[in-house]
Every structure is written in structure tokens, then in C-alpha cells.
Write a protein that binds this ligand. Structure first.
Ligand SMILES: Cc1cc2nc3c(=O)[nH]c(=O)nc-3n(C[C@H](O)[C@H](O)[C@H](O)COP(=O)(O)OP(=O)(O)OC[C@H]3O[C@@H](n4cnc5c(N)ncnc54)[C@H](O)[C@@H]3O)c2cc1C
Length: 587
């Protein structure tokens, strides 16, 4: 059956009059549907068809925010006209997006003699999905076969020890423990007598998962049973029949990583332009000549689109729209460090079939000793919707309570949401644009995007090379970056020596996380200009009291060091104050 007939067959299953066209295996869908959910379902159904390389879903749903989109377009066009003639400079590569993907590609490219600019619309790096995730370096068992996710997850995971050592980023391979319980194969329970159900769950199913992991290239997977499970995870549910232990799972602080990548890329010559929103492109035939931003135009030979949930709109502006992002929100709960001994591994309860479009989530320790529960997976129409509702909190608590039944959930100190950026083909899209010769898509980077990031960067650079980018090694590349010293990790002797150097090392500003004044000053020296930027770099305000006692003190230090009135210190930059988008300015 040809592609057209396959799509017709799939669309017949929906009670709508949907039309479509195909261009180079990219399917464009048109029509109107009753609900947003139907919009998602149709896109996904078409995205699953073999041979479809992208779905651009132009169907409208009831309540489609026409007016909002029109206003956004109007604003963008106005900014484009105002800025297109201000030339900022000429570059070999312009990277759009300062998340983990944009910054890791920037750092990787800085190994070569290239003039590179990274453009980020926010006031800091790591403000998108890269700041709101579980910080898990997944082992790579979950990605399905014939996907880029599968190819890059295991590889990316293995690259983290060296990367984190070079960048001074904390990283620990804690391992995963996936529990198999009476609920794991619940859907099939009614078909099997009880003893057989238990046998299949405990003795057959774990080996199927293990085999999948082995096929994906994951090493060291073990099936364990009985008391052994509780030696690994003493507080796990007592009804676990078996468990899979996967040693290569790691944890890290995602924004510590992104800040480190950006600092190292910058030290190796990459220009990082914050508060610089891309609003359009100047094209010459089938190539981008200039990237137009709210600060002016960056002339360039190559463009890398790593704009997360906005990658589809950026591609559209360049005439390279090959996919639609359907944002998927995930809510995560964060528990006090006091509970740090409650969990040793990234623990989950396996379910088959797995929840739709999510690796299932679970409970994992953070690198700093907090415990995370989540995430959820909900399709949402608004890409910037990071709201958390009471029902979502209860949903997380309900969903994962079986893993650690005695866990004191009253020690919740914060909740937050991140938005994943899946396309309808549900795989990473890392390839040259079909209709714009010098434009590289690095899109659809949903989970395991963080785990795969180092391999994604290498793969993206291979693509740029194929597109004609000349890569001459940069002899001055320095892979190393010194982290901000933290008094929390110093011995008493080291701390004494530091205090002798400067007494501000002994002035504790955040008592929950034990952060000294000098750490905050150092973060400001490295470019932090807002309360949240300080928080991401030093953890001041991240503890039990969530900044109740230290926020004002930090604001005063910011005011003093930056030489601005206290009233101008903001939590996160609103784009008006502290504009960091001056060329080559420190982060
Ligand atoms: C709840 C949740 C949990 C997750 N857990 C994990 C996990 O444990 N492990 C894992 O491997 N993965 C996880 N992920 C996935 C992972 O977080 C993402 O794959 C990864 O962060 C994507 O990085 P990115 O750089 O592509 O996107 P982002 O971090 O979103 O960065 C894109 C950047 O582009 C910028 N941008 C957008 N438009 C413009 C414009 N016009 N001009 C300039 N800049 C622009 C944005 O401001 C943003 O900073 C999780 C995701 C979520 C949401």
C-alpha cells in the first residue's frame, strides 16, 4: 500500500473530514475537530504510519486560540521589521535555544575553529524543559527499536562520566530498580489462574524486559527476587515479586549541567546571547542568510534549531516546517532532604502495557539528596503552561504510592512542571531540513533527551559535517570548567583556609542548603543576575524553607554586587532589567 492509501485508511477511523497532502514524506493535515484531544490522537495515528517522516498538524480544534496566535504573529512580524537591518555579526553556526541541547552542541562545536553564537530568548540558560525534569540519566532500556532515541540513549548515558568530570558537575550512577508486583501485568490478570499469573509476572516478564535492554545495548541488568529486593531498596513495597536492577542509571542536577556547558562553551569562544528571541530569518533561495532576533540579525552559514517546544515554529519561520510539537506536561513533586535515606535507586513499578507516551515515571533521589516523585504526562495546548493543580499533585501521590507505601508524603517542599516537546512521530528529529539547505533540526527532544544529550551533540555535528561544515580542530579548546566551590563539600580545614582568604566564605546566607555569601558573589561574577539564577547556580533558596529566610539577603547581595537598587532585583528576568544580551557578555 502506498503512503497516501495508508493515511486515508487511518483517517477513516476518525469521524471528521480531514484532508492532507504529502511532501517528501512529510504529511500536512487540514480540517476541524471537536477537541484538542482529537487533534492529538489524529496526529499520533498518522505519525505512526511507516514511511511518515513528519506530521505538520494544521487541523483546528474547537476553542483553537486564533486571536492569541494572530497577535503573536503580529508582534513577531513587527519585531522582525524593526530588527532585520541591524547586523550583529557574521557566524559559521548560529544555535537557537539555550537548553541542554543547544548548550551541549555549542560546547561540542567549540572544539573546532568556528565562530558560533547561541541565541536564547530567556534571561538565563536552562529555562525550558532542561530546568524542570527528573535529572535522570536513563539507561536506555525503554526506547523502541528503529528509533534515534534507542541509538542515542545508551551511547549518551555512557558519555556522562567523562563529561561531568571535565565540567565539574556532580554525577552519580545510582542504578534503577524496577519492581514487578501483582499490579505489573494487571490487565492480563483475568486471563490467567493466580499461580500462573504470579509465575509469568515474576519469572517470565522480567526476562522479557531484560532481553529488550540487552538488545538496546544496556549492560549489567540483573533480575532479583525475595529478600535481595529489600537489600537493594529496604523500604520498597513488600508485595514486590521480583525486580530488575539496571546499574547504569545516573542522576545529576540538570541546570548545573546546562550552566556548566554554557560556561565552558563560552570560555572556548562561543558567544552566548541571552534575552535574544529569534523572530524570523532572512533567506536567499533555499538557504538561511541571517537569523533575525529582537537584538538584530546574525548572519550565518548554518543554523541549528534546538528551540525545544518552539522548534516547530522556528522551523516554520525558516520555511522548514516538517513537524508539529504537541506539548506534553509533566508534574514532579520534590520532597525534603530529611527523607534522603528513603530511597537509594531510581525506583519504579513496572506496568505492562506501559502508560501512554511516558516511560512511566517513579521515585528517584536527586543528586542533592531530595526525593522526586513523578512525572505525569498530559497533553496540553499551551507550550508555556507549567501550572500545577491540586488534582495533579494527588495524581502523582496516588500513582506512585505503591512503590514506597510508608513514605511520609507530608514532607513535600515544592512541586513544579516541565513541558516535553514530542513530535507526532515520537522520535528525536535530528536531520538537515528537507527544503532549507543550511538548517539543522534538533527537535522532538523529549525524554530521554537529557540522558541522550552528549550523543545527540555528536550526532548533530556529524549531520552538520555532511551538510558541508568544515571542522578544523580548535587547538585552544579546554574541556575543563571549574565549578563554584561549595562550603557544603569542604573539609573543616579547607573551609578555615577559605575564611582566612575572605571572611564572606563563613557568612552563611542560606542555612537550609548551607550556602555562603562568597558562593553567591561567585555566581554573580559568573553572570547570575536574578534570584532564580543564583538559586540554580548555588542552591540558595532550594531547601526546606524554600527561601523564606534567605531571599531578601540574596537580593541585597545582588543589589550591592550589580550596583542596582534593591527594588530592581527580580526573581526571573522579565526582559527589561539586567539585559544580558550584549555580544560576548558573560552569562
Ligand atoms: C517533566 C519532565 C521530566 C523529564 N525527565 C527527564 C529525565 O529524567 N531524563 C531525561 O533524559 N530527560 C528528561 N526529560 C526530557 C528533557 O528534559 C528534555 O529532553 C531536554 O531538557 C530538552 O532540552 P532542549 O534543549 O531540547 O529543550 P529546552 O530545555 O526546552 O530548551 C529550548 C530553549 O529554546 C529557547 N527558545 C525557544 N524559542 C526561542 C526563540 N524564538 N528564540 C530563542 N530561544 C528560544 C527556550 O527559551 C529554551 O531555553 C524530562 C522532561 C520533562 C518535561
Amino acid at each position: 500500500m502506498d503512503l497516501k492509501s495508508k493515511i486515508e485508511k487511518v483517517l477513516k477511523k476518525f469521524p471528521y473530514n480531514i484532508s492532507f497532502e504529502i511532501r517528501d514524506n512529510i504529511v500536512f493535515l487540514y480540517g476541524e475537530v471537536e477537541s484538542y484531544q482529537d487533534w492529538v490522537e489524529i496526529g499520533l495515528a498518522v505519525g505512526k504510519i511507516k514511511g511518515v517522516e513528519g506530521v505538520v498538524n494544521k487541523i483546528k480544534w474547537k476553542g483553537y486560540p486564533e486571536e492569541k496566535i494572530r497577535k503573536r504573529e503580529e508582534r513577531r512580524r513587527k519585531l522582525y521589521e524593526e530588527n532585520k537591518d541591524k547586523i550583529i555579526g557574521e557566524y559559521d553556526v548560529v544555535i537557537i535555544g539555550g537548553g541542554v541541547i543547544g548548550t551541549i552542541i555549542a560546547r561540542e562545536l567549540s572544539k573546532y575553529k568556528l565562530k558560533i553564537a547561541l541565541l536564547e530568548k530567556g534571561s538565563d540558560v536552562s529555562l525550558g524543559a532542561s530546568k524542570a525534569n527528573n535529572g535522570m540519566i536513563h539507561p536506555g532500556v525503554a526506547p523502541p527499536k528503529n528509533t534515534l532515541k534507542r541509538k542515542l540513549n545508551v551511547k549518551g548515558n555512557a558519555m556522562y562520566d567523562r563529561l561531568c568530570e571535565e565540567l565539574g558537575v556532580r554525577f552519580k550512577r545510582v542504578g534503577s530498580l524496577w519492581l514487578i508486583t501483582p499490579r505489573t501485568l494487571q490487565k492480563y490478570r483475568k486471563y490467567l489462574p493466580a499461580p500462573l499469573y504470579k509465575f509469568v509476572s515474576a519469572y517470565v516478564f522480567p526476562y522479557i524486559v531484560k532481553l529488550k535492554g540487552i538488545r538496546n545495548g544496556v549492560k549489567g541488568i540483573k533480575v532479583i527476587r525475595g529478600k535481595k529486593i529489600f537489600e537493594y531498596e529496604p523500604k520498597a513495597t513488600r508485595d514486590a515479586w521480583a525486580a530488575l536492577y539496571v546499574p547504569s542509571t545516573g542522576i545529576l542536577d540538570p541546570y548545573e549541567l546546562v550552566v556548566a556547558l554554557a560556561e565552558n562553551a563560552q570560555a572556548n569562544g562561543v558567544e552566548i546571547h541571552l534575552n535574544t528571541e529569534v523572530v524570523g530569518f532572512i533567506k536567499q533561495e533555499d538557504k538561511v542568510k541571517g537569523v533575525v532576533t529582537t537584538k538584530g540579525t546574525f548572519l550565518t552559514r548554518y543554523v541549528v534549531n534546538a528551540a525545544g517546544v518552539y522548534a516547530d515554529e522556528i522551523a516554520e519561520l525558516a520555511g522548514a516546517r516538517e513537524y508539529t510539537i504537541h506539548p506534553r506536561k509533566g508534574v514532579i513533586l520534590l520532597f525534603d532532604k530529611a527523607l534522603k535515606n528513603w530511597v537509594r535507586h531510581c525506583v519504579a513499578e513496572l506496568r505492562f502495557p506501559a502508560p501512554k507516551h511516558s516511560k512511566g515515571g517513579g521515585i528517584n533521589p536527586s543528586i542533592h539528596g531530595n526525593i522526586l516523585w513523578g512525572p505525569t504526562a498530559v497533553e496540553i495546548p499551551d507550550k508555556d503552561d507549567t501550572s500545577v493543580h491540586r488534582e495533579e499533585i494527588y495524581e502523582v501521590l496516588e500513582r506512585y504510592k505503591n512503590i514506597l507505601p510508608e513514605f511520609p508524603t507530608n514532607k513535600l517542599i515544592r512541586y513544579f512542571a516541565g513541558v516535553r516537546a514530542p513530535t507526532f512521530t515520537e522520535d528525536f528529529i535530528i536531520r538537515p531540513a528537507k527544503w532549507v539547505r543550511n538548517f539543522l533540526h534538533v527537535a522532538g527532544i523529549q525524554s530521554p533527551g537529557l540522558a541522550s544529550a552528549p550523543a545527540i551533540a555528536e550526532y548533530a555535528i556529524e549531520q552538520l559535517k555532511k551538510m558541508g561544515l568544515k571542522l578544523e580542530p580548535n587547538p585552544n579548546f579546554n574541556p575543563r570548567r571549574e565549578p563554584i566551590p561549595t562550603i557544603n563539600e569542604m573539609s573543616l580545614e579547607e573551609l578555615n583556609a577559605k575564611i582566612k582568604e575572605d571572611p564572606r566564605w563563613g557568612n552563611i546566607i542560606c542555612t537550609c542548603e548551607m550556602v555562603s555569601e562568597m558562593e553567591i558573589v561567585e555566581a554573580i561574577k559568573r553572570g547570575a543576575k536574578t534570584l532564580d539564577a543564583i538559586k540554580r547556580r548555588t542552591r540558595a533558596g532550594m531547601g526546606t524553607c524554600q527561601g523564606s529566610y534567605c531571599t531578601l539577603k540574596i537580593a541585597e547581595i545582588l543589589s550591592r554586587e550589580l550596583g542596582v537598587p534593591l527594588s530592581e532585583i527580580v526573581k526571573e528576568n522579565n526582559g527589561k532589567l539586567f539585559d544580558g544580551a550584549v555580544r560576548g557578555e558573560k552569562l
